[in-house]
Design a protein around this ligand. Structure first.
Ligand code: NAD
Length: 363
């Protein structure tokens, strides 16, 4: 049976960058015989405008029935005055929790062609290849009780709950260890076990899980130190695993090591390897509609989708080679541009990658 990808462009630059990923997919279908079909759906602000909810039932049904989901980005100033329950971001969080996508894989890989685009010194970042495994459906972002209340002195107080069961920790632990097994077999678990009981349990359970993976070396680091080490000496890491909020922050930090948030893909997986794939950046309302957004994070998200959920490793490799070839040829969107390279818009970058894909076939 033909595999199906649910395609959810979303808001802001979402439709522009997803269009380029679809060009790449079309090329793989036409030139390389990839048998994959796509079906579009509404999410985020675009869905709210049309249906009154950021996650329509039809989109949820489409995402559940598909083999994988490719998402652009959601959100923007237009929808900020809305109630939290119908904000675009709720559509995304709802989809993650409905599909039980508990494991977020965020590679931070620095292409040698882009060493100059990083804000860090070349010797600190060149050759960088790390992977952050972030727990995605637990922790503070979902814990209850939560809210803002009046305390005994009549002052407003905000409160959230950091909570993890050992089963939740164990399940993300297994993903992190098996991922590390496929790389350099070094896993660093990030916590704040000196202050937070919840992450003390995190550390204990990670140690328990490690007994199933004697070939992977496990280390532990407090989150504040991990943030410092990521900018001081990031190449010491292979795979990092951490809870939801720490992972949110550390992965954006790791993203900047590579020069631009516009380069980095991500995968969010369920227990069975089904997943949603999206660039790690948001909808970039400041540049939406200008045709200058970098589509590479989305195109690399498609490569991850083909590799992790559809088992199409050769197609994934082809995309990654084509991105590298386009960079070799000097094509750069504004966010990664430097003197001596060719400044390129969103569509032209997509075209350059498709052209490289076509050449790869004839090679
Ligand atoms: P953002 O990631 O959208 O943008 C941050 C900066 O990076 C901006 O200057 C933007 O122009 C730039 N940028 C982002 N992607 C780029 C690309 N592909 N090419 C070139 N430059 C790029 O973050 P933000 O500004 O904090 O948020 C904007 C909106 O996106 C908000 O509504 C936020 O809630 C939403 N958001 C959505 C997601 C998601 O859909 N997964 C993630 C983060 C933020």
């Amino acid at each position: 049976m033909q595999q199906k990808i649910a395609v959810l462009p979303g808001d802001g630059i979402g439709p522009e960058i997803v269009a380029e990923a679809l060009k790449v997919l079309d090329c793989l279908r036409q030139d390389h015989g990839l048998a994959v079909e796509t079906e579009p759906g509404l999410i985020g602000g675009a869905a709210y405008d049309e249906t009154g909810t950021p996650l329509p039932d039809a989109t949820l049904a489409l995402a559940k029935a598909a083999d994988a989901v490719l998402l652009g980005a959601v959100g923007g100033p237009k929808w900020e005055p809305l109630d939290y329950a119908v904000r675009p971001e709720r559509g995304l969080l709802g989809l993650r929790s409905e599909l039980q996508l508990f494991a977020n894989l965020r590679p931070a890989l620095l292409y040698p062609q882009l060493v100059a685009a990083s804000t860090l010194k070349p010797e600190v970042v060149s050759g960088l290849d790390i992977l952050i495994v972030r727990e995605l459906t637990g922790g503070m972002y979902f814990g209850t009780p939560r809210g803002v209340r009046l305390n005994d002195q009549g002052l407003r107080e905000g409160y959230n709950t950091l909570v993890y069961t050992e089963a939740e920790i164990r399940r993300i632990g297994h993903v992190a260890f098996t991922t590390a097994q496929k790389r350099q077999k070094r896993l660093c678990s990030v916590d704040k076990a000196n202050v937070l009981e919840c992450t003390e349990l995190w550390r204990e359970v990670m140690i328990e899980v490690s007994r199933d993976y004697p070939d992977v070396s496990l280390s532990h680091m407090y989150v504040d130190n991990a943030a410092m080490q990521l900018v001081r000496a990031p190449k010491q890491f292979d795979v990092l695993v951490t809870e939801n909020m720490f992972g949110d922050i550390l992965s954006d930090c790791a993203a900047m090591l590579t020069g631009s948030i516009g380069m980095l893909p991500s995968a969010s997986l369920d227990q069975h390897g089904k997943g949603m794939y999206e660039p790690i950046h948001g909808s970039a309302p400041d540049i939406a509609g200008k045709g200058i957004a970098n589509p590479i994070a989305t195109i690399l998200s498609l490569a991850m989708l083909l590799r992790y959920s559809l088992g199409q490793t050769a197609a994934a490799d082809r995309i990654e080679r084509a991105v590298s070839a386009a960079l070799d040829q000097g094509y750069r969107t504004a966010d990664i541009y430097s003197d001596g390279t060719r400044k390129t818009g969103t569509a032209a970058m997509g075209d350059a990658i498709v052209a490289a894909l076509r050449l790869d076939r004839s090679a």
